[in-house]
Design a protein. Structure first.
Length: 68
């Protein structure tokens, strides 16, 4: 299962990010790896990885994060 790790610039947005991604559980699952540092793991399948990346790209206009 492919994983994408991101780091939120503002860790206080973890719940907001999780809430948005929660609506896409048919595409990918999210797990907070380190809340203090804002590190989140996004797990997709081979079939949904491209769609998960597209969703993350769209979210960058609302939440500042980087892929690590």
């Amino acid at each position: 299962m492919p994983n994408i790790f991101i780091k939120l610039k503002n860790p206080s947005q973890t719940v907001y990010f999780q809430s948005i991604m929660g609506t896409y559980t048919h595409i990918a699952w999210t797990r907070t790896e380190n809340a203090g540092e804002g590190i989140i793991k996004i797990s997709a399948t081979d079939d949904t990885l491209a769609e998960a990346r597209r969703i993350l790209q769209e979210l960058k206009s609302e939440i500042d994060f980087e892929e690590i």
